[in-house]
Design a protein around this ligand. Structure first.
Ligand code: ADP
Ligand code: ASP
Ligand code: MG
Length: 478
C-alpha cells in the first residue's frame, strides 16, 4: 500500500553533476511507487555555495588592496564562468527538449546576473553585510532548483519548483536564521498542499527562508537538512529521507578512517551528540523537529540507493559496542579566565557567558575546576579575538584589581567526542578512552561529559585530531 507523505533532501554531491542528477531522478521515480505525496528539497550543486561566498568576501578584500585600474583579470569573471559551466553542462547533457533547455539556462543566467550585481554593490560599499551574504549564498539553491525541476520534467515526472523563501518564514538573524514554525506551517500548507493535491512532486530550495518583510535569509551552513525537517514537521510528513554521498551515519567520518562502518540504527540522543560535535552528515538542528513531530528519519546514499542507510529510532540498536561512534570538531580555541581572586565570587560565570553571548558566539564545551580558580570553554577559532576583548571589557575592574590574572586563549584545538548510549550503564569508559589516547601519545587538554552521559568530549591539539579519532575508533571496531 502507498504511504502518504515523504520529504526527500538531496545534498550538494547528490545534485552536483549530470550523473548524480540521473541517480536522483531514478530515486524520485522509485519513490513515486510507494508514496502519494513527495516533496524534494535540493541543495546547491557541490562547491557552489563556497564559490559564491568566497567571491563576495574576496571582493571586499580586493577593494582595499587592488589598484583601481590594475591589469589583473577580475576574479568575479572566473566565478561567473564557473557557475555557468557547472549548471549549463549538466542541463545540456540531460535536457533534450530545446525550449525547456533554453528556458532553464535563461533562468539560471538571470540568477548569475543577480550574483554579479550583488557583488558590484558589495564592491561599491566595501562591505559584505550578513544580509548581503545571505542574498549571495541563496543563489546556489535557487539555481539548482531550476536545474533539478527541469531535469525531472524532461524525464516525464510531473514536478513543480517553488522557492522555500515563499513559505519558510524566519527571524532576521541573517546567516543563522530561525524559523517561525507557526507562520511557516500556515504558509507551507497553503502553498504546497494544492500543488501536491494536483499530483505534482514539489521541488524546493534547501537552506533558505525569508523574514517577515520577504528578505532572503539562510538557516546556516549545511542547513538544507534542516529545511527538510522543517517542511516534514509542518506538512506534516510521515518520513524525511536525507540523500547524501555516504551509506548513512557511520562510526566516524570515512574521510578520516576508511574502515568506518554504517550504523543501521541510531538513537535520538546519539545522533544529536554526533551532529552537534561535528559529524557533518546531518545538520544538528534537523533532529528536533522530526523527533517532536514523531517523523521517521532516514539517511541514505544517492550513489548506493539500495543500501538501507541509517534509521533514527527512539532507542538505537545495541551493536555490542559501548562506544558507537567518534567525531571531531576542528578549528576551536580554548578560552581560560583565571585568577585566585575569582574564588567564591558569585556571578563570575554568569558575567563571563553574558560577555560571550554579546558576541553571538555559541560555546560547545565548558569545564570549571572545583576550586573555581579558572573557567575554561571552547569557542570557534574565528570568534576568539572578539570573545577575548568582550571578556576583557567585562572584567576590566577585576583585572585592574588583580582578582583575575588573565584571560587568554590557546592556539587551534579540536574537540573529539565519543558517542554511545550504552556508556550510561558501563563504568570505566572514560578510563578506557584516556588509556587509549595516552598509549598513542595524544595529550588531552580538557574534558567534558554531557549530562545525558551519551558522550564524552576531549579537547586535543589540532595536530593530534586525526590520530585521536583513529585511535578512539579502534575501541569500536576491535
Ligand atoms: P551533503 O552535501 O549531502 O549534505 P555533507 O558533505 O554535508 O553532504 O555530509 C556528508 C559528509 O559527512 C560525508 O561525505 C562524510 O565525509 C561526512 N561525515 C562526517 N562524519 C560522518 C559520520 N559519522 N558518518 C557519515 N559521514 C560523516
Ligand atoms: N548549500 C548550503 C551549504 O553549502 C546548504 C547545504 O548544502 O545544506 O552550506
Ligand atoms: Mg550537508
Amino acid at each position: 500500500m502507498q504511504q502518504k507523505t515523504l520529504v526527500m533532501k538531496f545534498g550538494g554531491t547528490s545534485v552536483g553533476s549530470a550523473d548524480a542528477l540521473i541517480s536522483a531522478t531514478q530515486i524520485i521515480r522509485d519513490a513515486q511507487k510507494d508514496w502519494i505525496r513527495i516533496v524534494v528539497v535540493t541543495s546547491a550543486m557541490s562547491g557552489v555555495t563556497n564559490l559564491l561566498l568566497d567571491s563576495a568576501n574576496q571582493i571586499v578584500g580586493a577593494r582595499s588592496s587592488r589598484p583601481v585600474l590594475g591589469g589583473e583579470p577580475p576574479p568575479l569573471q572566473d566565478a561567473e564562468n564557473n557557475l555557468r559551466e557547472k549548471h549549463f553542462s549538466a542541463a545540456e547533457k540531460l535536457i533534450k527538449n530545446k525550449s525547456l533547455l533554453e528556458e532553464t539556462k535563461k533562468e539560471i543566467n538571470a540568477l548569475i546576473q543577480i550574483f554579479v550585481n550583488l557583488c558590484s554593490a558589495i564592491q561599491v560599499l566595501g562591505e559584505a553585510s550578513p544580509r548581503a551574504l545571505d542574498a549571495v549564498a541563496s543563489l546556489g539553491e535557487r539555481m539548482s532548483l531550476r536545474l533539478l525541476t527541469a531535469v525531472l520534467n524532461e524525464a516525464g515526472i510531473k514536478a513543480k519548483g517553488i522557492e522555500a523563501s515563499e513559505f519558510i518564514v524566519t527571524n532576521s538573524n541573517f546567516q543563522n536564521a530561525h524559523p517561525d514554525f507557526h507562520i511557516t506551517k500556515e504558509k507551507t500548507q497553503a502553498l504546497l498542499n494544492p500543488l501536491l493535491d494536483e499530483g505534482n512532486i514539489v521541488i524546493t530550495t534547501g537552506f533558505i527562508g525569508a523574514n517577515a518583510e520577504g528578505v532572503i535569509t539562510t538557516l546556516g551552513r549545511g542547513g538544507s537538512d534542516y529545511t527538510a525537517a522543517i517542511i516534514g514537521s509542518v506538512l506534516p510528513a510521515n518520513e524525511v529521507w536525507i540523500w547524501t554521498d555516504v551509506d548513512g551515519v557511520m562510526t566516524t567520518d570515512p574521510r578520516i578512517v576508511s574502515s568506518a562502518k554504517t550504523l543501521s540504527e541510531i538513537s535520538y540522543g546519539e545522533i544529536a551528540e554526533l551532529a552537534y560535535y561535528g559529524a557533518k552528515v546531518l545538520h544538528p538542528k534537523t533532529i528536533r523537529p522530526v523527533v517532536d513531530a514523531g517523523i521517521g528519519l532516514r539517511i541514505c546514499n544517492t550513489f548506493n540507493p539500495t543500501h538501507e542507510g541509517t534509521r533514527l529510532t527512539a532507542s538505537g540498536k545495541k551493536n555490542g559496542h559501548v562506544i558507537k561512534a567518534v567525531t571531531a570538531i576542528q578549528k576551536q580555541r580554548l578560552v581560560t579566565i583565571e585568577g585566585r581572586g575569582m574564588l567564591g565570587v558569585p556571578g563570575v560565570a554568569a558575567r563571563a557567558f553574558g560577555a560571550v553571548a554579546s558576541t553571538k558566539t555559541s560555546v560547545p564545551l565548558i569545564t570549571q575546576a572545583s576550586s573555581e580558580q579558572s573557567i575554561c570553554f571552547a569557542v570557534p577559532s574565528e570568534t576568539a579575538p572578539s570573545v577575548l576583548s568582550a571578556l576583557e571589557k567585562t572584567f576590566a575592574h577585576e583585572i585592574e584589581e588583580d582578582d583575575i590574572d588573565r584571560v587568554w586563549s590557546t592556539d587551534d584545538v579540536s574537540i573529539v567526542t565519543v558517542v554511545g548510549a550504552g556508556m550510561r550503564h558501563t563504568p570505566g569508559v572514560a578510563g578506557k578512552v584516556f588509556s587509549q589516547l595516552g598509549n598513542n601519545g595524544v595529550n588531552v587538554l580538557a574534558i567534558a561529559q554531557g549530562s545525558s552521559e551519551v558522550s564524552i568530549s576531549l579537547v586535543v591539539d589540532a595536530n593530534d585530531t586525526e590520530n585521536a579519532v583513529r585511535t578512539l575508533h579502534e575501541l569500536i571496531v576491535q
